[in-house]
Design a protein. Structure first.
Length: 271
């Protein structure tokens, strides 16, 4: 009887969780100034993050098979999903530490590894050590940029980024690949001058990601508030402009944004 009673001791929470193949996520959140533990994750924002991750992975696979136009488009699709997950999380008040970390890892794949491998497979592979060194510099700078962003997320000004955001840097490289693919500079082979230009541009984008230069984050835009009617007209015109020639318009927009930080920094310095 005594032995049977000893075997019927209640199991500890640790023993119960050890029997599960996948344990439920749990994190601490602040509710009305009090710390509470919440189980589970928010579904909709993390679905968009997963879509961005899939698009980045698809871009890598497409680049490995020589489908560079599809790879570039996939990177831009990842940018759309990445922009939506944060917006949706804020609109739903569904922000969480898990979502922030998952989004950061997704960004590393979609906007760090994917652009580097796609451009390397397209133009840098024939440059030898210079090519893979430039690709590594870009990936390392993207990782440093994301790590710095995560550590400063609670103290930094929400209206500005410090350094070029990794999606914007990826847009520059993906836009270049997309334009060159439409010009036929993929099937016919890449000229040496273009290979060197792509390498220098990739290194420059990497350096811009870690420079102490401010870029507008556009997070101050209120999507829930009312705006003048002319704003909607401007949005329609922008969509029309992009539809005329998506590759060149998006590349031009990405280049202008990438240069806006250094230009404003130089202007403020001399002013």
């Amino acid at each position: 009887m005594t032995e049977q009673q000893g075997n019927d001791k209640p199991k500890s929470p640790f023993d119960t969780e050890a029997l599960l193949l996948i344990d439920d996520h749990e994190e601490e959140v602040s509710v009305n100034g009090k710390t509470e533990r919440k189980r589970g994750i928010y579904l909709l924002p993390n679905l968009f993050t997963t879509a961005a991750l899939f698009a980045g992975f698809f871009a890598i696979i497409s680049g490995m098979h020589g489908n560079f136009e599809n790879a570039a488009i996939a990177i831009f699709a990842a940018m759309i999903f990445d922009g939506l997950d944060g917006r949706v999380a804020r609109l739903m008040n569904a922000q969480s530490k898990f979502g922030a970390e998952y989004d950061s890892l997704s960004d590393m794949v979609s906007f760090g590894v994917a652009p580097a491998l796609v451009v390397f497979s397209w133009a840098l592979v024939d440059l030898g050590k210079f090519g893979w060194a430039v690709a590594f510099i870009y990936v390392a700078c993207a990782a440093l940029r994301l790590a710095r962003f995560n550590t400063q997320i609670d103290t930094a000004d929400k209206n500005y980024f410090t350094g070029l955001a990794s999606p914007a840097a990826a847009a520059v490289m993906a836009g270049l690949v997309w334009v060159c693919a439409e010009e036929g500079w993929v099937e016919k082979g890449v000229h040496f001058e273009l290979e060197v230009f792509a390498g220098i541009l990739m290194a420059a984008c990497g350096i811009l990601m870690i420079l102490n230069v401010r870029y507008s984050s556009f997070k101050g835009i209120d999507f829930r508030g009312r705006v003048p009617f002319v704003v909607m007209i401007a949005v329609v015109l922008i969509f029309g402009l992009v539809s005329v020639d998506p590759a060149r318009v998006l590349l031009a927009a990405a280049m202008i944004y990438a240069l806006s930080g250094p230009v404003q920094a130089i202007y403020r310095r001399f002013k």
